[in-house]
Design a protein around this ligand. Sequence first.
Ligand code: GDP
Ligand code: MG
Length: 163
Amino acid sequence: MKPVIALVGRPNVGKSTLFNRMTKSRDAIVADFAGLTRDRHYGSGKQGKHEYIVIDTGGFEPDASSGIYREMARQTQQAVAEADVVVFVVDARAGLSGQDHDIAQYLRRLGKQCVLVANKAEGMREGMQLSEFYELGLGEVHAISAAHGQGIRGLIELALNDL
Ligand code: GDP
Ligand code: MG
């Protein structure tokens, strides 16, 4: 069985862009508008001789009965349940949000293996502005840029480590 990596995080942090990097495909819809990806997407990727499955989350059909946030939460929970390791993506430029705290609390409770990454960190000085993310209580914060392909190899190594 290939290890399964779930990408979670609030809308617009760059999950689908990271998914495309990790799978070398463009299966996920990358949108400038929050939450346009229609459904959860699965892709496969390979680094060296290590193969893995990636799940992108955050897609939802706006549904008046369940509400957008409930549907997003449901998808995230499903993906996390299926995953061996969770990559929790936050936005290095936007900083911490209430939704980040909610997701972090959920992940901490589950106790699942988790890698915290601050995306959109291209051109930012090492450590600058990332210290606030330690508040999430998930340990080390890893700076990456999904759009520019920075830190992706290291992230995949970390995620697959100890599985
Ligand atoms: P998702 O909602 O979490 O799936 O986020 P998307 O992958 O759709 O990206 C949301 C927006 O952030 C898009 O405009 C992307 O081009 C942009 N984005 C994604 N990764 C990066 C990055 O590493 N740096 C910058 N500056 N923008 C990024
Ligand atoms: Mg997306």
